[in-house]
Design a protein around this ligand. Structure first.
Ligand SMILES: [Zn+2]
Length: 500
């Protein structure tokens, strides 16, 4: 007994020592007076990775300029092995000039290593990616070193940073994901208007109509009230993510329904998926940095608490929705053109007044919180891509889509679009292509050059339909890289396979 006590005391001293020796996170070491540089971040993460226990550090890829993209994998066993646990992916700083997400992750990581927080990993396996865009971060610019906006790249996946993130997702199929950003409320338009947004954290859920409804409902009706309260109890203000405005000048919508960002590209695969935006510094990126980083950390921590408490419910919901995505389900409608509309409700938004220097509630009359479909297509059995269409086949490879050589089934029909003319449609204030077309039954498939079959009954099935339908306002044809595939007077090269 005495021996056991000695061992126990020794163990406590040793683990307390291990905690005491945990190096200070760079933002704390720098007393929040400078941003954490990439070399500081790298050496800190490598030091943390040497601590025995929960954390394993993995380099999941490299940026355009060859910098490491780190994943901090927390698990009480082998990551992803225990299937009773729920897997969460939190990633920050896709936009290099949005620094507080990275700093918040650097604060959160050592917190999670403290013994009092180990209970979380009884039910959770967690990956933190502190910095998706290190090249942008080092020069404090939004885009990556190829000049690409990474948070508009999740459908076409041309950049090494977004490819690395999706490879990681594909490997573990995280049930929960969160994309951490910042918003800048200091624009001239808002200043002229006399008010600006002023909340510490804005939280957004998935809004695409093609994200399973049960996931959207739980996020909106249960997670949002929880996280708003959680942040408030810890002295951080928060509100729903609602881009647009200023009120009276432009409408305010509830989020965006595109699927090329970090939130909806995982949501469309049946994940419980969020965006969290902290506030940018006003005059420079270090203004108010401690509060901003702590706000981001608290929001991430809140997500972990919520998922811990609702772990069985979320796991069941995600697993059921993913089964539906993967089952052949022809006839299910996919919305490929949508608009934001009003539901008659006014929004009361907390804004900071440039006149009174106080926060007040402002009523937004033109608020459009509801996403409404204006054009649906039935989900086919799958699509055929001609073997010589390398642009599309390369894309399918980058998306890791399940694909087979064509196996002709009796009872299958092949339909091809003829592009009659190309018009345009308004998409949140921008114009995108909107072809006028007819869908024709092919009596016979051309034997040359052969086809690759991509089934729609897979986790990325809804994404596939949104990408390959020529009338999809979110589709590949709306990107310059693929615009050449859409020609008036020519057939669309991708063929729909449907049941007779
Ligand atoms: Zn951003």
């Amino acid at each position: 007994m005495k021996k056991l006590l000695v061992i126990l005391v020794l163990f406590c001293v040793l683990s307390a020592n291990a905690v005491a020796q945990a190096p200070l996170p760079p933002p704390v070491k720098n007393t929040f007076n400078k941003l954490t540089s990439y070399p500081e971040l790298s050496s800190y993460i490598e030091l943390l990775g040497k601590q025995p226990g929960l954390l394993k550090v993995e380099v999941i890829g490299h940026s355009v300029k060859g910098r490491n993209l780190y994943a901090l994998k927390f698990s009480s066993s082998e990551f992803g092995r225990d299937t009773s646990k729920i897997k969460i992916l939190i990633f920050a700083q896709q936009h290099g000039n949005e620094q507080s997400g990275k700093e918040g992750v650097l604060l959160l990581a050592p917190e999670l290593l403290k013994p009092e927080n180990h209970y979380l990993f009884g039910k959770i396996d967690l990956v933190l990616v502190p910095q998706v865009n290190p090249d942008g971060s080092e020069v404090n610019k939004r885009r990556n070193a190829n000049g690409m906006d990474l948070n508009r790249n999740h459908l076409i996946l041309t950049e090494p940073e977004t490819i690395a993130l999706h490879r990681l997702f594909d490997r573990y199929l995280f049930e929960v994901t969160m994309d951490v950003h910042e918003y800048s409320p200091f624009g001239e338009e808002w200043q002229k208007y006399g008010y600006r947004k002023n909340t510490d954290e804005n939280i957004g859920t998935t809004t695409s109509l093609n994200v399973p409804e049960s996931i959207r409902k739980l996020s909106d009706n249960d997670y949002l009230p929880f996280i708003f309260r959680y942040l408030k109890d810890r002295n951080f203000s928060s509100f729903t993510y609602c881009p647009g405005g200023p009120p009276e000048i432009d409408y305010i919508r509830h989020s965006t329904f595109d699927i090329n960002d970090g939130r909806q590209s995982f949501g469309i695969q049946g994940s419980f998926s969020f965006i969290q935006e902290g506030m940018n510094g006003k005059d420079d990126s270090i203004e108010n940095l401690q509060h901003r980083a702590e706000g981001q950390m608290t929001g991430m921590r809140g997500l972990l608490e919520y998922v811990y408490m609702n772990h069985a419910r979320i796991r069941t919901l995600v697993s059921n929705e993913r089964k539906k995505l993967c089952s052949p389900d022809p006839g299910r409608e996919i919305s490929i053109q949508s608009v934001h509309v009003s539901n008659g409700q006014e929004l009361k938004i907390p804004l900071y007044s440039y006149f009174s220097h106080k926060d007040s509630l402002v009523t937004v009359k033109d608020y459009r919180p509801v996403v409404k479909s204006v054009y649906d297509v039935g989900k086919p059995l799958g699509y055929l891509i001609p073997k010589d269409c390398t642009a599309l086949l390369d894309w399918a490879g980058r998306q890791s889509l399940v694909q087979f050589p064509l196996n002709r089934q009796s009872g299958d029909q092949y339909m091809q679009y003829m592009i009659n003319s190309i018009d345009s449609i308004d998409f949140e204030g921008e114009k995108v292509v909107d072809p006028e077309l007819t869908l024709n039954l092919l009596k016979k498939l051309p034997s040359d050059p052969g086809f690759i079959f991509i089934p729609a009954s897979q986790l990325k099935g809804s994404l596939l339909v949104l990408a390959l339908e020529p009338k999809s306002m979110l589709g590949l044809a709306t990107y310059p890289k693929y615009a050449h595939l859409l020609k008036a007077g020519k057939p669309w090269p991708v063929i729909r396979v449907v049941k007779k």
